[in-house]
Write a protein that binds this ligand. Structure first.
Ligand code: ADP
Ligand code: F6P
Length: 354
């Protein structure tokens, strides 16, 4: 079995509250197992340029409660090229990095699997507010981001009630409607618009008109950015025109990505960090650490990435290559289960948003 003397940790892609808690757990678990740790700054960019520093136990003190990432983050197109990859591998050799824990989203995992194939074992930890990694029930930062959304929407509701207005609120999530859907329910939205389900704008307008006639003063419509950046401003205009209700538009954007992680994200990130290092040191790589029904488990990265594609309808089960029949069936069942959960939430939102 490979002996690990030194491992690296990096954060990549969009930052997420809780990434620091994961870094802290990675550093402390490795050190307590006699393994040195280096922090790789600015994600894969720092791996290419050698922006790397040793991290000791005390270097990760007082960060568990902090948003953002102490290692900074970046999107690094160069890492997707063979030349960039070769530079990264060279840096690992120079710094004596035997393995890497990469905290980020699916793009980060694609990078991690490439790096593993080039001889540097990697383990991924899902850190993104979007919750768009199908193999895990939750990603680090998702819960905190949703709590930030409901806090902000509650404030919007106050002023909507005073002025008898509607507020269309667009939230991040990339292609996934998870944030918008759950926060829509939690903030009592009149309607939720997410990319996974067709929605009829007219139906939303009719609902607002009917409720206004019955005396309802405030309306919140939660929209996921995944439906397109022009959709929410256009819907705002349409509601105003068709219902006569004064309607404002708010794009919450990056504010939802900042702030201190909540308890759930701190604990989950810590558990995932511990688990990731243990797996790496036991010789397991090319895996992503997931939470499934409350348990922390390891999933093969290729499985995770293909499950995502299947869930998002980017491939059919017939187009999945390199997996046996049993695995494909397992993937189909997992994708179906996730879709069912989303449908259940969506139906609940529709039923109670009157
Ligand atoms: P996220 O990890 O949040 O999905 P990105 O999609 O921006 O964020 O990916 C983060 C980084 O991962 C990219 O900037 C790039 O360096 C690396 N990456 C993304 N896709 C690939 C790929 N197909 N191959 C290698 N590296 C990739
Ligand atoms: O993946 C996290 C995320 O915040 C998405 O919700 C959003 O679409 C994207 O990143 C924004 O990226 P950037 O920080 O580059 O604007």
């Amino acid at each position: 079995m490979k002996e690990f003397k030194k491992i690296g940790v990096l954060t990549s892609g969009g930052d997420a509250p809780g990434m620091n808690a994961a870094i802290r757990a990675v550093v402390r678990t490795a050190i307590s197992n006699g393994v040195e740790v280096v922090g790789i700054y600015r994600g894969y960019s720092g791996l290419i340029s050698g922006d790397i520093k040793p991290l000791g136990l005390r270097d990760v003190s007082n960060i568990i409660n902090k948003g953002g990432t102490m290692l900074y983050s970046d999107r690094c197109p160069e890492f997707k090229t063979e030349k960039g990859m070769q530079k990264a591998v060279q840096t690992c050799r120079e710094f004596g990095i035997d393995g890497i824990v990469a905290i980020g989203g699916d793009g980060t995992f694609r990078g991690a699997t490439d790096l593993t194939a080039h001889g540097i074992p990697c383990v991924g930890i899902p850190g993104t507010i979007d919750n768009d990694i199908s193999s895990t029930d939750s990603t680090i930062g998702y819960d905190t981001a949703m709590n930030t959304v409901i806090e902000l929407v509650d404030k919007l509701r106050d002023t909507c009630e005073s002025h008898a207005r509607c507020n269309v609120v667009e939230v991040m999530g990339r292609g996934a409607g998870d944030i918008a859907l759950s926060t829509g329910i939690a903030s009592g939205a009149t309607a939720v618009v997410i990319p996974e389900f067709e929605v009829d704008d007219q139906e939303i307008c009719n609902k607002i008109s009917t409720s206004r006639r019955c005396g309802k003063r405030n309306f919140i419509v939660l929209v996921s950015e995944g439906v397109g950046s022009e959709y929410a401003p256009a819907l705002t205009e349409k509601i105003m025109r068709q219902t006569g209700v004064d309607t404002k538009f708010a794009r919450l954007a990056h504010v939802v990505r900042g702030g201190n992680p909540n308890l759930r994200d701190r604990v989950m990130a810590s558990e995932m960090g511990v688990f990731a290092v243990k797996e790496l040191l036991e010789g397991n790589s090319n895996i992503v650490i997931c939470i499934r029904n409350g348990d922390i488990v390891a999933t093969d990265i290729n499985y995770a990435l293909n499950l995502d594609k299947l869930y998002k309808g980017k491939v059919t089960k017939e187009q999945l290559v390199g997996f046996d029949e049993v695995t494909v069936e397992k993937m189909c069942a997992e994708a179906a289960e996730r879709r069912k959960r989303l449908e259940r939430l969506y139906n609940a939102a529709k039923t109670i948003s009157l």
